[in-house]
Write a protein of this length. Structure first.
Length: 321
């Protein structure tokens, strides 16, 4: 349990318990302008990091670009998550088109498959058949095991495992998926097209190596690291499904954390589970509302991502006090 939490679960709450009708109307509104600006921000930040490296090529600017781009790659996945809930734009078709081609496919993700799996996760959060339970089921880890995992992320080992598993699967007698090669090709088609476009565009401005340095390298390193931290933070070592206020976690994130670890409100995962119809750019307001209404001592929250990792490596008692 994170410090500051009550020792026993409270009565379950619903959106009707938390919001007035006016608040419900205000929080659930989506915005085409705001959704488009988030996608534009992610890609503009990526372009800016690439431009800095091209203008001032050095190990330092490359390192900065890897961290910035890797964080925005996670940001694109967060925005894909928004489109999975039809929250990035008011129009359902816009969510699917933008979510597929500008958010999911560049990172090798399949929006439609993710949408099905993720909605099941919301219905079964922290229960035995939750499809995302395995992301945090092994916690707590020993300090050494956690450090080895983080180093595997930063050195590209984790990414290599993710890539080589599907590639070597057919060679070793595995199947690419439960529905066969045709369905596997359908899942791979959009990512291949999106990355072909990315590779061609980057080659045009900086040579073919730029695609490897400015897209593949961030994905293989920093993106894997922050994805692991996200997986640990959202549901790792929470109390369980009985109390919705403690079945996920909210993490305080300052400007640096939001820039390099937790983009676009992803740190407010508890608030997302409580009020799944609220767009990501309003989740900070939901958090403040919960505190103002006196739920601060009941919600599962952390002071920051370092505390989350400390809990993950020592167990709930490691965070007390």
């Amino acid at each position: 349990m994170i410090s500051g939490m009550s020792s026993s679960p409270g009565a379950p709450v619903t959106a009707g318990d938390l919001l007035t009708l006016d608040e419900l109307d205000r929080f659930r509104r989506t915005s085409t302008l705001r959704g488009a600006s988030l996608v534009l921000h992610a890609w503009a930040t990526i372009a800016g990091a690439i431009a800095l490296y091209l203008l001032r090529p050095s190990p330092w600017t490359l390192g900065l670009a890897v961290v910035v781009i890797g964080a925005r790659q996670l940001g694109l996945v967060v925005l894909m998550h928004e489109t999975a809930h039809w929250l990035l734009f008011p129009a359902m078709r816009a969510n699917t088109l933008v979510g597929t081609w500008l958010c999911a496919a560049p990172l090798g993700e399949d929006l439609r498959a993710y949408r099905r799996r993720h909605h099941l996760h919301h219905r079964l959060t922290q229960r035995p058949d939750d499809p995302d339970l395995a992301l945090s089921a092994a916690l707590p880890l020993s300090r050494g095991r956690l450090v080895r995992g983080l180093l595997a992320d930063l050195t590209g080992v984790t990414a290599a495992r993710r890539v080589l598993g599907p590639v070597l699967g057919p060679v070793l007698g595995w199947y690419p998926g439960p529905d066969g090669l045709v369905a596997a090709w359908r899942r791979a088609r959009a990512p291949l097209i999106a990355n072909a476009v990315l590779a061609t565009g980057l080659a045009a401005v900086g040579g073919w190596s730029l695609y490897l340095l400015a897209w593949v390298l961030p994905w293989a390193t920093w993106y894997q690291l922050v994805t692991r931290i996200r997986d640990i933070a959202e549901h790792g070592l929470v109390a369980g499904p009985e109390d919705p206020l403690r079945s996920a976690r909210s993490v305080r994130a300052g400007r640096l954390a939001r820039a390099f670890v937790a983009p676009y409100g992803v740190n407010h995962h508890l608030e997302h589970h409580l009020l799944v119809f609220v767009p990501c750019w309003k989740l900070g307001q939901v958090h403040e509302m919960l505190l103002a209404k006196g739920y601060g001592d009941r919600i599962e929250r952390s002071r920051g991502y370092l505390q989350v990792l400390d809990v993950a490596s020592r167990g709930p008692r490691g965070a007390r006090g």
